[in-house]
Design a protein around this ligand. Structure first.
Ligand code: SAH
Length: 223
């Protein structure tokens, strides 16, 4: 190892960086073994392109195409953990982005549907899912605030863009006993990550932590 202590993070082999990556997840509260092992199997380096690829194993959000971001890995881990996915579950993700979160979910669930309003992101993520042989993911271009009525209801729903409130079509498409995890709040202020559980009689809401996500935008993108 050469260089000063300050650039330690930029050094070491890919294997060392991946080990530090998993250690950072654990130290930030991602302790569920199934989630950690799904994240260990999902190489974030494949989901980040261009100049930022070098930083894929750091715990930070990074820019992807269409002006969007791949979320911070520890937040991905905490959201996945809160979702408590079971092996028979059918999951909907709103906000495919790079496809990283969907790839992690594919190791935990029976079936994953992921939607994004940008065609280009859906196409690039689909190509990656095929290359990685993740055959239980279907990626679709659509406005996810309406959910995916054809495939509803879902056992789990995860939204990776922030709305002011949980979109009502998504609440309606959640099974009884189902869980939805999503950021809510205004896009340019602090948002809260919340967990919604559908009960026999209604919905329970838990506030998990402050977060910052790109906004949930209406309609399809131009790219
Ligand atoms: N989960 C992604 C990160 C997503 S960033 C990952 O693992 O990389 C949020 C994504 O939500 C962006 O790609 C954005 O295009 C998408 N998005 C925003 N509003 C949307 C909407 N109404 N419907 C579907 N996708 C939307």
């Amino acid at each position: 190892m050469t260089g000063g202590a300050g650039d330690f993070d930029d050094e070491g082999s890919v294997a060392e960086r991946k080990m530090r990556f998993l250690y950072a997840l654990r130290s930030r509260g991602v302790t569920d073994h199934r989630v950690l092992s799904a994240m260990e199997r999902t190489d974030r380096g494949l989901f980040v392109r261009g100049v930022f690829a070098d930083r894929a194993y750091e715990d930070m959000p990074l820019p992807i195409a269409c002006g969007q971001t791949i979320s911070q890995p520890s937040i991905v881990g905490l959201m996945t953990q809160a979702l408590n996915v079971q092996p028979r579950d059918k999951v909907l993700e709103v906000g495919t982005g790079s496809g990283y979160q969907a790839a992690i979910l594919s190791h935990l669930a029976r079936r994953v549907y992921t939607v994004d309003r940008h065609r280009r992101l859906v196409r690039e993520a689909s190509d990656l899912f095929a290359a990685l042989d993740l055959t239980n993911i279907t990626a679709i271009t659509s406005d996810g605030s309406f959910g995916l009525p054809d495939q509803a209801p879902f056992d789990r729903i995860i939204v990776t863009a922030a709305a002011e409130d949980p979109p009502s079509p998504l609440l309606a498409q959640l099974k009884t006993g189902g869980i939805m995890v999503l950021p809510v709040g205004q896009s340019d202020t602090v948002q809260s990550l919340i967990k919604v559980t559908r009960t026999e009689s209604g919905f329970d809401y838990d506030e998990l932590r402050p977060v910052r996500f790109v906004p949930l935008v209406e309609g399809l993108g131009t790219e």
